[in-house]
Design a protein around this ligand. Sequence first.
Ligand SMILES: [Zn+2]
Length: 239
Amino acid sequence: MTAGAAALAALLLTLPASAHQQRLLLGRSVEGRRIDAVELGDRHAGKRLLVVGCIHGNECAGLAIVRALERLPTPAGVDLWVIENLNPDGYAAASRQNAHGIDLNRNFPWAWRPLSGIYDSGPRPLSEPESRIAYHLILRVRPRISIWFHQHERLVDESGGDIGVERRFAALVGLPLKRLPREPGSAVGWENHRLPGTTGFVVELPGGSLSAAAAAGYARAVLALARAEKPRSLARGRA
Ligand SMILES: [Zn+2]
């Protein structure tokens, strides 16, 4: 090993695990746009979280939150996964649905049923590439907490997981905790039933875009929620 390589190796050993950041192409939307995940923090940590910045293409204020998360240091012991935008075609068209006109948050395989109009649930569960991408990532990562940002009801939705987690996040961001209807085929409904003991929940941000300060505040709340989670044995592991 050259002196330079040895110095680099020594530097890499001294970097904290939380400095890790990796961007992965998960797949592509109906119109071929990239859907990426960014993994932040300690990839071997037992505390795995997922944050989805946008699933309804006209409710994407959460994009600013996930970008703030990527700039902040991830706490030690946390493996934080981010899908910035699960619906890039809808976002490009300022549309709730994907490019097939399907509401991705009615396309997941729990309590799915045929719906038409703005809540069109697709011809069958997971008919859409975007929902399949999230489905496969979630089964691989098995996040203990998943946060899905929507707009514009200004609340944290009691979504069917651990209400203590939802209540903590609501207090951190200063939004009320309320229970919206449990919609058929929703992502969090599927997660909370498919992965018992984990908590997927919806955060309805205010309308419009978030200021940089507000987005950073939400990002810090996500990290505080992650820190508050008790470490759990790695025995469950990744599937
Ligand atoms: Zn929504």
